[in-house]
Ligand binder design. Structure first.
Ligand code: ADP
Ligand code: ASP
Ligand code: MG
Length: 824
């Protein structure tokens, strides 16, 4: 015998019911004997609660809800039992049932009261209606079925709302009913009855339990819970998109997962099956050929040390503390006894190592009573001031790692707290079950989804890691970056199990957010069509509110305003990667502060592309420093635009023509003075000096003046170019002199130990590596204690959207490695 249970979502619509009957037919064809348990149609139990509550408040809304209930079931009969006597019978039986419900609600409306006892009776109509219709629908399809009201076979006490089962009596009644005929029994889930026939229920989600009780009563071969997901997943799929099926897990693990909030199984379900060693299968009605999950007696060896991750969304944490608790035996017993007397369920307990505090988590609705009860139990100690009155914290959640194999794997807790820490999630309390089956942490409720995702990534490493990118500025560099990410997506997914999602995007006019990631092929159209007006503060707020794990902010603007917000962004535990040089070259105090915030929040502030675009300049410097080398001198040709101009400069060409050419070719800023003023280079060398450990500011960089005052002050770019033509003699003289010395002219930025930071024109002899640079190449030379005789040279294209975007791209991946604990 197999006991098959189909939940509300499996019987939500007539089409779905037809799919369920298809599944049942397969059992029939295989000649496998089976019985079926059904829940109420999806949403019906909630709506019955709503009806009764409305009626009890004297609100006529209940009638409207009742009509919907009535219509929905009649429609189901229409489609599933379309003709003949069975149709007439179904309509008749259902109408009677529904009228009784209406009268019952009217009674509630009149007395304005819905006791737990009445509630259970009201709720029973959901399962009774669905099962009656389903049994008829099965008959229509040739499955000879018989409707069984579980109130006849599942007996309980009178704890309405979640009654306790009398196993012995129930098993006896179950056996008797199943002996009575060979028809396929279609049993109402969730409902039961107490002595005297009063209707009770087994608690929300209780149909799973009904199936398990039938399984145990009938010593079934298997219990199959058919639902709307592919089994027990590693985490709640509504919160963790990458959760995947756990193929096999032990009863104990399943019990722990469900206790910690995995709604897919109602917690009491496991016990009856476990007592008799009956396997439980969790299967997907919408994907029936998929194996799903098997829950068995055996301890299962999983690929990962952790089996699953669960969470309880709403908890309050109560803390009892004071010197009076220290080393006093029986304190915990007194505390928990007082709570047990009030039937308050404790979800988690943690005790400070000093024994002077005990914290415990309860449902928020129990918090006030729990405080009152415990304060009462410790009344004398509170009076004597050796214990403080209970302190309550609200709006918390519990996240828990679950698995039998954790016990044998060191370092799991470390990984757990690192994943939480790196995502800026504050842990309020920690507890580990004595069986080491779970490690749980109490966190702020607002962080729950983020924590689950961070933990899922941190602990199921073979699974795909998602980096959530927010990008401001989608000009040349930004759009090239998106193209590169798109082109590499497949490779990253396969080789690094990495997925980069662009969640938020903005240009100077519009911004758009898509929590599951924008389509990288259509971002331009989407931004134009659906984008909201761009407001930087709003963009940042929205990014923070989404509270996604592994969030990275990319600033590919040159905006001062954006750079001024980095502190807020880092402080929200969001990493930054940016080609925008403004922040890293801003006043030293600010630069230092940004680094400190990043450290404090466990995130990254990266700006490799500030110097040498995609060339690994800052990372090389960092590696030299980390490995204990000492920097003596850094020299560099750091500007692609100026390289282009000076690499071509000879006495045979006009300097002003070169500037014009560089400008038309897009090598310079729109106003070439931004390059020729050497401001941009001075930002770069200032950053290099800082990374080398020097405490410098932009004003410490000594700049040579390349332009005349008149050129510098010219009103427009056109005016400036004219003035430059007039200044030609100044440049001709320079180049002639250099050529006489068999030299070339280069703009060189320099940091030298004891000599400060300078940028200026230098004559370099023809055999000097700087003289041999071509095009817009950059070159940086590190002279260090180790690289003394032959300095370390980095050379290559130091400008351009492709290489800069590639540098940012590499940085995104480095940040991803860091966030998952691989990087430093
Ligand atoms: P049914 O109506 O079939 O009883 P439920 O809604 O009670 O279905 O339970 C199934 C739902 O449980 C899934 O749709 C899923 O959203 C949720 N769920 C929460 N945690 C898990 C988990 N770890 N594995 C699978 N499903 C989970
Ligand atoms: N219909 C009941 C509920 O919604 C029981 C169940 O679905 O298991 O709680
Ligand atoms: Mg359920």
């Amino acid at each position: 015998m197999h006991v098959l249970k189909f939940g509300g979502s499996s019987v939500g619509t007539p089409e779905r019911i037809i799919a369920v009957i298809d599944i049942l037919e397969r059992y029939q064809k295989r000649k496998q004997s089976f019985t079926v348990v059904f829940s109420a149609f999806s949403g019906v139990t909630d709506s019955l609660i709503h009806m009764a509550q409305a009626a009890a408040k004297g609100d006529a809304l209940y009638l409207e809800l009742w009509s919907k209930f009535h219509e929905r079931h009649l429609q189901a009969i229409d489609q599933l039992v379309p003709s003949g006597v069975s149709r007439e019978r179904s309509i008749q039986v259902f109408t009677n049932m529904s009228e009784t419900l209406k009268n019952l609600l009217q009674g509630t409306f009149l007395v304005m009261e819905a006791s737990p006892r009445t509630m259970d009776y009201v709720l029973s109509f959901g399962e009774r209606a669905s099962c009656m219709i389903l049994a008829e629908a099965m008959n229509v399809r040739g499955l000879i079925a018989e409707y069984i009201d579980a109130r006849e076979i599942i007996k309980t006490d009178k704890h309405f709302g979640s009654a306790r089962v009398d196993f012995e009596l129930s098993y006896k009644l179950i056996k008797a009913v199943y002996k009575s005929s060979k028809k396929i029994k279609v049993v109402t889930g969730f409902i039961s009855s107490a002595k005297g026939g009063l209707t009770t229920t087994l608690g929300r989600g209780g149909s799973d339990y009904t199936a398990s009780l039938l399984g145990a009563g009938l010593s079934a071969q298997a219990i199959e819970i058919w639902t709307d997901v592919d089994g027990v997943l590693t985490a709640d799929p509504r919160l963790v998109k990458n959760a995947f099926t756990i193929p096999k897990l032990s009863y104990i693990e399943a019990m722990e997962m469900s206790h910690f909030g995995a709604k897919v199984i109602y917690p009491p379900t496991i016990k009856p099956a476990m007592d008799l060693g009956i396997p439980i299968y969790i299967k997907n009605t919408f994907n029936p050929n998929f194996a799903g999950s098997l829950i068995t007696m055996e301890k299962v060896k999983h690929i990962h040390p952790v089996t699953g991750i669960s969470s309880i969304s709403k908890v309050s944490l109560l803390t009892l503390q004071g010197s009076g608790l220290f080393g006093v035996p029986g304190v915990a017993a007194r505390l928990f006894e007082s709570l047990a007397n009030k039937s308050i369920n404790i979800m988690l307990i943690t005790q400070g190592s000093s024994e002077s505090s005990i914290s415990f988590a309860v449902r928020p609705e129990d918090a006030a009573t729990a405080k009152e009860t415990v304060d009462q139990a410790f009344q004398q100690d509170i009076h004597a001031k050796t214990v403080e009155p209970v302190h309550i914290e609200h709006d918390l959640s519990v996240v828990a790692l679950i698995g039998e194999n954790m016990r044998f794997t060191p370092g799991i807790a470390g990984r757990m707290f690192r994943s939480l820490g790196k995502n800026g999630i504050n842990v309020v309390a920690i507890a580990q079950g004595s069986s080491e089956l779970n490690i749980s942490a109490v966190i702020n409720r607002a962080d729950e989804a983020k924590a689950l995702n961070a933990l899922h990534e941190g602990l199921f490493l073979s699974d795909v890691k998602v980096l959530n990118v927010f990008m401001v500025g989608c000009g040349l560099i930004g759009s090239t970056l998106i193209k590169q990410i798109q082109a590499q997506a497949d490779y990253l997914y396969k080789s690094k199990h990495l997925e980069i999602r662009i969640i938020g995007l903005a240009n100077s006019r519009k911004m758009i957010f898509q929590p599951n990631g924008l389509n990288p092929n259509q971002w331009k159209e989407q931004l134009e069509a659906e984008g909201k007006p761009m407001k930087l503060a709003k963009f940042i707020d929205q990014m923070k509110n989404l509270n996604l794990s592994n969030s990275i902010f990319i600033d590919s603007t040159a905006s001062e305003e954006v750079a001024s917000k980095y502190d807020k962004i880092l402080d929200a535990s969001i990493s930054i990667s940016t080609p925008n040089k403004i922040a890293a070259s801003s006043p030293y105090k600010n630069y230092k502060k940004l680094k400190e915030i990043a450290d404090l929040r466990g995130v990254q502030f990266q700006y490799e592309t500030n110097v040498g675009a995609g060339l690994p300049v800052l990372s090389t410097l960092k590696n030299l420093m980390i490995s204990g080398d000492r920097i003596l001198k850094i020299e560099g040709v750091l500007s692609g635009s100026l390289s282009f101009i000076f690499n071509k400069f000879t006495s045979k060409v006009k300097f002003s023509d070169l500037v014009k050419e560089a400008r038309t070719k897009g090598y310079t800023e729109p106003d070439p003075r931004d390059d020729l003023s050497l401001k941009d280079i001075s930002r770069k060398i200032c950053i290099l000096a800082r990374e080398a450990g020097m405490h410098v500011n932009l004003e410490h960089v000594v700049l040579e003046k390349i332009l005349s005052d008149k050129a510098t002050n010219a009103k427009s770019v056109e005016d400036f170019l004219k003035v430059l033509e007039g200044d030609e003699a100044r440049y001709t003289a320079l180049i002639k002199k250099a050529e006489e010395n068999k030299c070339k002219i280069r703009v060189i930025a320099k940091v030298e130990h004891g000599k400060g930071v300078t940028v200026g024109l230098e004559e370099v002899s023809i055999d000097n590596p700087f003289a041999q640079l071509g095009g817009s190449d950059n070159m940086i030379v590190f002279t260090t204690e180790r690289y003394h005789e032959r300095p370390l040279v980095i050379r290559g294209p130091g400008a351009g959207a492709e290489v800069t975007a590639a540098g940012v791209f590499a940085e995104i991946i480095t940040i991803g490695d860091y966030l998952s604990g691989y990087g430093y």
